[in-house]
Design a protein around this ligand. Structure first.
Ligand code: ADP
Ligand code: TYD
Length: 210
């Protein structure tokens, strides 16, 4: 099973992945978590190029292709081998991030994104995707609270991030079977319970299909 988490920066993805990993471990399940961009030696190097604040000249298409290169390496090197070994794989972002950020935010042609997303992941589609939705204003409020340093992507404009959040909602609306949209302003515990409930429902449904 592969479960992905999406949402803008500081929406609470890593928090929920940590809580969900603890839950699966308490259930004695084999579980691994990965983050994008990154997760392999090569992908981490690509991450450094992508997030470097000095790389102001980076074009949207270059950005998208680098994210895809990082993703392809992570998929082949870590995700697929773990799925074969019956691990539950939790991903902090996956190809929907590229559709939302480089597609809806950066205006790379959505058809190109769709096609390369498929190629980079070997057509691997997540079983469930949790979209933790917060506004850009809430993200900025949280950033001030924790005094986080901004990377190159986080320095983009508010209007860019509004397009990204709207884009995420459109992607989820077009793929209702896979997506669970969660209000990210609920408490961490409420969100955790909703996530676990959705996974239990998903497992029940897939068992009854067999
Ligand atoms: P992301 O991985 O999406 O960037 P994090 O899980 O790192 O987000 O959370 C970003 C910040 O927001 C952290 O300071 C975290 O404690 C806080 N946070 C996470 N979930 C919530 C929540 N439901 N309500 C309020 N703050 C939250
Ligand atoms: P990271 O610090 O890992 O994000 P987060 O704050 O969510 O933990 O930085 C990754 C940045 O890259 C983040 O701003 C989102 C962006 N991104 C894209 O623009 N496209 C993509 O395909 C991916 C995977 C990430």
């Amino acid at each position: 099973m592969i479960i992905t988490f999406e949402g803008i920066d500081l929406s609470g993805k890593s928090t929920q992945i940590r809580l969900l990993k603890e839950y699966f471990e308490s259930e004695k399940k084999k579980v691994v978590s990965v983050r994008e961009p990154g997760g392999t030696v090569i992908s981490e190097k690509i991450r450094d190029i992508l997030l470097d604040k000095k790389h102001l000249k980076m074009k949207d298409l270059t950005e998208f292709l680098l994210f895809s290169a990082s993703r392809q390496q992570l998929t082949e090197e870590i995700i697929i081998p773990h799925l074969r070994k019956k691990f539950i794989v939790l991903c902090d972002r996956y190809y929907d991030s590229s559709t939302a950020y480089q597609g809806y935010g950066g205006k790379v042609d959505l058809k190109i994104i769709k096609s390369i997303n498929k190629t980079a992941t070997g057509h691997l589609i997540p079983d469930i995707t949790f979209l933790i939705h917060i506004s850009i204003e809430e993200s900025i409020r949280r950033k001030k609270l924790i005094k986080k340093n901004e990377d190159r992507i986080e320095r983009k404009t508010i209007s860019y991030f509004n397009k990204v959040t709207d884009g995420y909602l459109k992607i989820a609306k077009n793929d209702k079977d896979r997506f669970v949209v969660i209000d990210g302003t609920l408490s961490k515990e409420e969100i955790r319970s909703m996530i676990i409930l959705s996974i239990k429902n998903f497992s029940r449904k897939s068992k009854s299909k067999k």
